[in-house]
Design a protein around this ligand. Structure first.
Ligand code: SAH
Length: 513
């Protein structure tokens, strides 16, 4: 068997947006991923689901894997022929022990590459409004560890640091903070020199304490600052207030769970992240097309006597599946499916579905004002002529409400399932999410359909669902969430944009309280 390869990859300080393009590419082709505790939660959620993953770092007090063992794991997996990704917080060579991990690989002739990452030493200050250099204050910055060496000795040359009149960034120094500050003052630094401690930088929960070298330790203790955090010393810290930006965005400080199918989550996630939220994508459903040969479209064929044909879609997935999979798979198109003299019309449930339809070159003729099955049914009853027939091209076991309206209006319809929604039953991330909800760290869990609620309940198993702060896209989804007595809010409009708007309103109301 041929030998594999190892990629030593920097994941950046936490925010998924700071993951490099190359890192994403490398992660997507991995067979095995070993990650450590500093890798952000957003990033953990995006790691490919079917790939073997191990955590080799300390997380909330749990034991970490010794360095030698990590080195050995990387070697063993590579020798099995795998593409191994070693994912590390920040940059792998900035106090990341990346060098040690390469030594063993190099000895055994295992090929490797290094993908640099954005280091916390620069990014964390930036997210706190602190430029590490500034023409008026300093012309260099230095990255130092305040962590004592194995023998307990501190060999840092504090006099040299003070003499340089530079910005000093200390990593792994929270426990040694008092000692480091004292040494700086002893070496001649002005006790009133601005200094800051920055906790969990670039993440939704980032905090900063800006103080002076003499008071930093006490102020930090009062604020209960914990690791991971960095210390910045220098005049640039005084700019933090003026240049702070991270906390100013509408959804800053919020952690939100998105439960849509992985390929569908994109827009909601993006809009929430753009507004400053940290978004954990945990898919609770999968949508899978029904195989084209199993979808019977013969009714749509020429035999149909009706002159007015309404093709109806209740989701963008329906449109995409019908044109992209069903028709494409059957190697046919609408001209061949329908009689020449029919009056073809399209009905859609809402904006997103209409847009998807446009992508395939068709304009919707009907869209209800309120985007749900019931209203779509009512609108169809109103618009359809007396010789009309409605074709519902949608998920298996779709909403009953739509059919009830059509039945009530005495309109003939055919319900044709073109895809299936399958609820998830487990997720490797379930425990993480459960813990966060129980500790009230999650602001909202978003549900975009009743099936996402069902998938969530099945996946989380026996947790206390009354603690789940749910945001539902519409009434039907809310009814499902009510069964589990979740804390429910409902979007005013059943769209992704509506959900984002509602979230912003909820957050604003909470802040004003
Ligand atoms: N290779 C990493 C540093 C690893 S050493 C990098 O380039 O960023 C671990 C130290 O990094 C922590 O003790 C802390 O000082 C700092 N650190 C890493 N991520 C951080 C974050 N998101 N916020 C604050 N400090 C962080």
């Amino acid at each position: 068997m041929s030998i594999g390869k190892v990629w030593l990859v920097g994941a950046g300080p936490g925010d998924i947006g700071l993951l490099t393009k190359k890192a994403i590419e490398v992660i997507e082709q991995a067979d095995f991923i070993a990650y450590d505790a500093l890798v952000g939660d957003e990033i953990l959620c995006m790691l490919p689901e079917k790939v073997e993953k191990v955590s080799v770092g300390k997380r909330s007090g749990k034991h970490s894997v010794p360095q030698e063992e990590t080195n050995q794991i990387l070697l063993n997996e590579a020798l099995k022929g795998k593409k191994v990704v070693r994912l590390k917080g920040g940059d792998p060579f900035v106090f990341g022990r990346g060098g040690e991990e390469l030594e063993l690989l190099s000895e055994h002739g295992v090929p490797f590459e290094v993908v640099p990452g954005i280091t916390s030493a620069v990014a964390v200050p930036a997210y706190a409004g602190i430029p590490v250099t500034h023409r008026d204050y300093t012309s260099s910055f230095h990255v130092i560890t305040g962590h004592p060496r194995k023998d307990g000795q501190d060999r840092t040359d504090y006099e040299a640091l003070v003499r340089m009149n530079a910005t000093l960034v200390f990593l792994m120094s929270i426990r040694a903070m008092g000692h480091v500050m004292e040494k700086l003052i002893q070496a001649g630094m002005d006790p009133d020199m601005p200094a800051a401690v920055l906790e969990q930088g670039t993440r939704y929960c980032q905090r900063r304490v800006v103080s002076t070298v003499s008071a930093l330790e006490e102020d930090s203790r009062k604020a209960k600052i914990q690791t991971p955090a960095i210390i910045v010393v220098g005049k640039v810290c005084a700019l933090s207030e003026e240049f702070s930006w991270y906390e100013k965005r509408e959804l800053a400080g919020r952690q939100i769970v998105v439960t849509r199918a992985r390929n569908k989550a994109g827009r909601l996630t993006k809009e929430l992240r753009d507004a400053g939220a940290e978004v954990l994508e945990i898919p609770m459903i999968d949508t899978t097309p029904i195989r084209p040969e199993q979808v019977d479209l013969s009714e749509l064929l020429a035999e149909s006597e009706e002159r007015e044909v309404w093709i109806t879609f209740t989701s963008p997935t329906g449109v995409e599946t019908f044109f992209g999979t069903t028709l494409a798979g059957k190697k046919t198109d609408l001209r061949r499916l329908l009689r020449n003299d029919v009056d073809l019309k399209f009905a859609v449930i809402g904006e997103a579905t209409a847009k998807e339809l446009e992508r395939y070159g068709w304009m919707a003729d009907l869209m209800p004002e309120v985007y749900n099955g019931k209203e779509l049914g009512k609108a169809l009853v109103q618009m359809a002529g007396k010789d009309a027939v409605i074709y519902l091209l949608r998920a298996k076991e779709g909403s009953e409400e739509l059919i009830e309206e059509l039945d009530a209006g005495n309109i003939p319809y055919r319900d044709i399932a073109i895809y299936e929604t399958v609820c998830r039953e487990n997720s490797p991330l379930a425990d993480m999410i459960k813990e966060k909800i129980e500790n009230e760290q999650i602001d909202r869990v978003t549900f975009t359909s009743a099936s996402t609620v069902r998938g969530f309940v099945q996946t989380m198993k026996n947790m206390d669902f009354t603690k789940v702060p749910a945001l539902c896209i519409g009434e039907q989804t809310a009814r499902e969430a009510e069964k589990y007595h979740m804390q429910i809010e409902i979007s005013d409009q059943a769209t992704i944009a509506g959900m984002v708007k509602k979230l912003k309103e909820l957050c604003k109301a909470q802040e004003e309280r």
